[in-house]
Design a protein around this ligand. Structure first.
Ligand code: SF4
Length: 304
């Protein structure tokens, strides 16, 4: 086959829709990976998709395309569920492409898993910080080891807390995505109590809570069908979030719930806005319809 026919067409994005953490909606999204290297969480719809890492030539071409629609953007978000898992040399190439094609960018953020953090040396994390990495978004989902194990999340709480300590020491911010209802009805109390303990110990910069939904075609959907997992109702998830917020002792953290509360969003900065957030949640709890369980749905936001 002639060489030009063998050249693969590169697109800016591989899917019709891209999913960003709410904090990154103003960032320029540079696709470097599809899926994640773990690929096992029982609730995750993305685990059904093949894992793929884009070559540096493809990332370069994507960065060039991104430059034409990113005028004035000074922050890049690396699309992919855990780009921090990529070899350091590959990450260097990605930062080179950003420097070349998006020279105005001075901040880079990405999804990561705790084990990705632990596999990097201090020197490697420090190098990425020097190159512009400012924040890692981690899909924590729960601070309860029983819930994490039930969902096959691949997180050991002691190691995850050590990863947080390292990030604080190195000076890299980190934010968590959590899921209300992650333990179902059976592990709801564990989920709340141990998530509060985890968060108070880890001291993240931001927490984004979503409600656990059951996605078609996932192992979780099977668990629900055969009775091994009973999803929480809307009000049960709301009570979980209420109790979490009431127990949080965070020194400097922005907290957002954008899905548990249905059509409402609760957002506040802790510690000073905790009472206002709790009062807003009490009002939502008093509304009708709180005993409904969400039906199975298709396609989930990226989790990391
Ligand atoms: S939830 Fe995150 S870590 Fe788990 S399989 Fe999905 S993308 Fe990977």
């Amino acid at each position: 086959m002639p060489e030009e026919q063998a050249f693969k067409q590169v697109y800016l994005f591989s899917r019709d829709e891209i999913y960003l953490p709410i904090w990154e909606e103003e960032s320029a999204p540079l696709e470097v990976q599809l899926g994640c290297s773990w690929h096992r969480c029982k609730f995750c719809d993305f685990a059904n998709d093949p894992y793929h890492v884009f070559s540096l030539a493809e990332v370069e071409a994507k960065a060039q395309m991104l430059a034409s629609i990113s005028e004035g953007k000074t922050r890049v978000f690396l699309l992919g569920e855990n780009p921090l898992s990529l070899p350091q040399e590959h990450l260097r190439g990605i930062f080179d492409a950003i420097d070349y094609w998006l020279p105005q960018v001075n901040q880079v953020a990405m999804y990561a898993r705790f084990d990705d953090v632990m596999r990097k040396t201090d020197a490697e994390l420090g190098e990425l910080k020097e190159r512009g990495l400012v924040e890692l978004h981690v899909g924590l989902e729960s601070g309860s080891q029983r819930v994490l194990d039930l969902m096959d999340k691949g997180i050991a709480v002691p190691s995850a807390l050590r990863a947080c300590e390292r990030l604080h020491r190195i000076g890299l911010d980190f934010s968590f995505t959590m899921m209300a209802g992650a333990g179902g009805v059976a592990l709801s109390d564990d989920h709340v109590r141990e998530s509060v303990m985890f968060l108070n110990s880890a001291q993240p910069k931001r927490v984004w809570i979503t409600g656990m939904l059951v996605w078609k075609g996932t192992p979780l959907a099977e668990m629900v069908r055969d009775g091994r997992f009973t999803p929480c109702t809307f009000n049960q998830r709301l009570v979980e979030v209420f109790n979490m917020v009431a127990g949080l002792r965070l020194d400097d953290c922005t907290f957002v719930d954008s899905t548990v509360m249905g059509q409402y969003t609760i957002k506040g900065h802790l510690p000073e806005q905790r009472d206002g957030m709790l009062a807003a949640m009490r009002q939502v709890y008093a509304m009708p319809g709180g005993d409904e369980v969400s039906p199975e749905v298709s396609r989930t936001p990226q989790a990391g």
